[in-house]
Design a binder for this molecule. Structure first.
Ligand SMILES: [Zn+2]
Length: 102
């Protein structure tokens, strides 16, 4: 079977090098293109579109790229929200869980 290469911006493909040492990212049940992740299928992941051979990925390149950017924006925003949340609620929640649980 031919190995299919999906696009995955979180993958470490070893070819782009230098980037802060490949954090492990679990793609879950489906690839970004919507194809199911199957354990017995030989797939590779790359964050370089040059190496992508999956037709679904290629067809959705623009929207996937867009999603990734949106995601990254959302993550940054979430982190901002989390910081706010901790400021406001964090202390209270922490106290409550210490006293409240069990
Ligand atoms: Zn794909």
């Amino acid at each position: 079977m031919k190995t299919k290469t999906h696009y995955d911006p979180y993958s470490y493909d070893g070819q782009s090098g230098g980037e802060s040492g490949g954090e492990y990212y679990d793609p879950g049940d489906t690839h970004l293109c919507g194809a199911r992740v199957s354990a017995n299928e030989d797939v590779e992941l790359t964050r370089n579109w040059k190496y992508v051979t999956c037709k679904r990925c290629l067809k959705q390149k623009d929207s996937i790229d867009g999603n990734v950017k949106e995601n990254e924006k959302a993550i940054v925003e979430d982190m901002g929200k989390m910081a706010d949340w901790w400021e406001k609620e964090g202390k209270y929640e922490k106290d409550k869980s210490i006293q409240g649980s069990k």
